[in-house]
Design a protein around this ligand. Structure first.
Ligand code: FAD
Length: 349
């Protein structure tokens, strides 16, 4: 099968790699630069402990993908020769105040049902796990999620670039993907005759619904996030450290991240100094070593849908070999391996 993949982020790239492994001849059309959008901006938490708070099909998918990660990374490293930063260090979360404690209480039973491991830790144990942790005034609870991990998404994209090789066409925005005569016709913004494939996969992140598919597709839109990068010596923080919407993590090699904001601001790439200041203050109030440091901010566009859930399915009964795979929102790094498994199994069945 000849298959077009629209979008060179982690979703399109992982799907393309899996399809090629199953014998498909794949072409990946990337509008701008390989892996330079949400998949570059992401923190890289693989953190069901924080993200999965209710029993649902989505929760099962997230957990299945998390379980696949170690083998997925080993395979990708071996195939590409690229070393991928991965830290299975667990996540430490602190809860203080009524709303945060209610959140902790409400996730306990669903997480138990789903088999998400966690244990209460004392303030002293929390300080031992994260020595620069600043305990909040008043009472707090601490919970450790041993199976949470982090990965460097930029390493994953570099490795996927190697394994996708000359299947990749950068600076090639797709205008339309149309199903005609049992084939997918891919029209480029640059014009010219449509390119004809046996199948196509739409994985254009927050931009997915801008591609003309001739039938209605669920609207995708960006939820912008600011993240802050700091330089701290490697070994400054072991587990992911979280409180409410604030999280801190350190990558292998030392890069230290604090995030993240959520804004409905369209595709505006401008850094908002007020948001940076709030993130900076929240991060320093959680981790003393950040006090007084100047961070490097960046933004990215989480690909959202109205339902908050990803769309991973054939476009419609009339276009059985055009697949949507978009709307991975806050967890596209986590969900990539299981997404690719589903799309390749569905398309090549
Ligand atoms: C601040 C922030 C923090 C995050 N942290 C995490 C995290 O810790 N863990 C986690 O799991 N997830 C995280 N995410 C979410 C994660 O980044 C996304 O869910 C994931 O990267 C989505 O991947 P994607 O391939 O769908 O989209 P993208 O990476 O955005 O890729 C889509 C690609 O399609 C291309 N494209 C667009 N239109 C066209 C067109 N017409 N033709 C061809 N190509 C096109 C774009 O140029 C882009 O390269 C975070 C996101 C942000 C912004």
């Amino acid at each position: 099968m000849q298959i077009a993949v629209v979008g060179g982020g982690i979703i399109g790239a992982t799907v393309a790699w899996r399809l090629a492994q199953h014998g498909a001849r794949v072409t990946i059309f990337e509008a701008r630069q390989w892996g330079a959008e949400a998949s570059w901006a992401a923190a890289g938490m693989l953190a069901p402990g924080a993200e999965v708070t209710a029993v649902s099909a989505w929760a099962e998918m997230a957990l299945a993908s998390a379980r696949m990660y170690p083998a997925f990374l080993r395979e990708l490293e071996a195939a590409s020769g690229v070393r991928i930063g991965y830290r299975p260090t667990g996540g430490l979360e602190l809860f203080a105040g009524e709303a945060e404690l209610a959140d902790l209480a409400s996730r306990a039973e669903p997480q138990r049902q789903l088999g998400i491991a966690s244990r209460a830790v004392t303030a002293a144990e929390a300080m031992a796990l994260a020595p620069s942790l600043r305990a909040p005034a008043g009472s707090a609870e601490y919970r450790f999620y041993p199976d949470d991990a982090t990965v460097n998404p930029r390493d994953i994209m570099e490795a996927l670039r190697v394994v996708c090789g000359n299947a990749v066409r950068e600076q090639s925005p797709v205008r339309a993907v149309l199903w005609r005569d049992e084939r997918a016709h891919v029209e480029l913004e640059a014009g010219g005759e449509p390119l004809v494939f046996d199948a196509a996969v739409l994985a254009a992140g927050a931009w997915s619904s801008e591609v003309d598919m001739a039938v209605p597709v669920p609207s995708t839109f960006p939820v912008r996030g600011h993240l802050l990068g700091y330089d701290l010596p490697a070994g400054s923080l072991d587990p992911i450290l979280r409180r409410g919407h604030t999280y801190l993590l350190q990558r292998t090699g030392g890069a230290f991240l604090a995030g993240a904001s959520m804004e409905h601001a369209g595709f505006d790439r401008a850094i908002d100094p007020a948001i940076v200041e709030t993130l900076r203050r929240n991060a320093a109030s959680l981790f003393g070593k950040l006090e007084g440091l100047e961070p490097r901010p960046w933004v990215g566009f989480r690909p959202a849908t109205g339902s908050g859930l990803p769309e991973i399915r054939p476009l419609s009964g009339q276009a059985p070999r055009i697949w949507l795979t978009c709307g991975h929102y806050r967890n596209g790094i986590l969900l990539a391996p299981e997404t690719a498994r589903r799309v390749s199994a569905g398309l090549l069945a």
